[in-house]
Design a binder for this molecule. Structure first.
Ligand code: ADP
Ligand code: MG
Length: 304
């Protein structure tokens, strides 16, 4: 089981739907986000990621459903525990990074002067804090934006496509920063349209397509490098003995009505399994490669 199984839930989202006139941006989405996770919301453009983030930040109202932060009814004191980067902040190009943060702080009222030093250090900009924003690289600009989200010492960081528009160096900088912040114990909710990005940074992932949640779970569960074959027959213990005899698997997990057999990636051979079971007098009533079906989902997802 994952190390997050017994942990507190930071955010629970229950049956949220959102319509913009005729467009259904979110369709009955439910999710729960464990404390300490780096939770990726993965979906192509237009799948509803920004809408979902806006709703949980109380910037937009949903049409149906509700959400709850930290297991409590929503009020403004919860909002202080959440730092967010939803749109690129309008920093002043002719001011230093440090002065830009001072202005952000004055406007938002989050944190104090001491925080600015800590935040600059957290995003690794202390040495360049006196430099004009206009002299920053793309990655540094985005790190300053994440710094702005860190003002006021939040517990949760919500980042909407933080690597969008960055060059490869900038993307790598942001990835490193997110990994560092995750180690420090922040719960991070991050949206992206790139599977690869989520796979590298996140512990958990939820996949959205056209406002519908396709799947969610730990990255290992959803994207693991194993073939998972679901298999069933009238007599499960007989079937299990048969699979054990056949061999070449990594593990067998017993579910109420089926067995989940894990194979090294690419090595599950459904025909061979079917033939072997048949030769032992077992008729299968289920034989499904789950890894394949997820790949198909990703294909559908990224090819729209
Ligand atoms: P994502 O962030 O995943 O790209 P969005 O949440 O921005 O997706 O958008 C989800 C859907 O809602 C899209 O079809 C988009 O065109 C639509 N949408 C978003 N904002 C508005 C709006 N203010 N008015 C009308 N439609 C909108
Ligand atoms: Mg968006």
């Amino acid at each position: 089981m994952s190390e997050f199984s017994y942990m507190e839930t930071v955010l629970s989202i229950n049956n949220i739907s959102k319509h913009y006139q005729s467009v259904t941006a979110l369709n009955n989405v439910s999710l729960s986000i464990p404390k300490g996770s780096v939770f990726g919301i993965l979906g192509p453009n237009g799948s509803g990621k920004t809408t979902l983030m806006s709703i949980i930040l109380d910037i937009l109202k949903s049409n149906t459903g509700n959400y709850s932060w930290f297991g409590k009814p929503n009020d403004s004191s919860q909002r202080k525990r959440i730092g967010a980067l939803l749109e690129t902040p309008n920093f002043y190009h002719y001011l230093s990074g440090e002065n830009n943060l001072k202005i952000t702080q004055a406007i938002s009222g989050r944190g104090n002067a001491k925080d600015i030093e800590e935040v600059l250090s957290a995003v690794n900009l202390s040495e360049r804090k006196k430099s004009k924003f206009s002299t920053y690289s793309l990655g540094m600009k985005q790190r300053l934006a994440i710094g702005a989200a860190l003002l006021g010492n939040p517990e949760v960081l919500l980042l909407d496509e933080p690597t969008n528009g960055l060059d490869p160096v900038g993307i790598a900088e942001i990835r490193t920063l997110i990994q560092t912040l995750a180690k420090q114990g922040f719960t991070i909710i991050i949206s992206s349209h790139l599977l690869d990005e989520i796979e590298k940074i996140c512990t958990h992932v939820a996949i959205l397509k056209k406002g519908v949640l396709l799947t969610s779970g730990t990255v290992n569960e959803v994207l693991r490098n194993e073939d998972i074959v679901e298999i069933s027959a009238a007599n499960l213990s007989e079937l299990k003995n048969c699979i054990v005899e056949m061999g070449n698997y990594l593990s067998i997990k017993e579910e109420p009505n089926l067995l989940q057999v894990h194979f090294p990636s690419g090595s599950a051979d459904l025909e061979a399994i079917n033939q072997f079971c048949f030769s032992k007098g077992i008729t299968l009533n289920l034989l499904l490669n789950k890894r394949k079906s997820l790949e198909t989902k990703f294909f559908e997802l990224t090819n729209d």
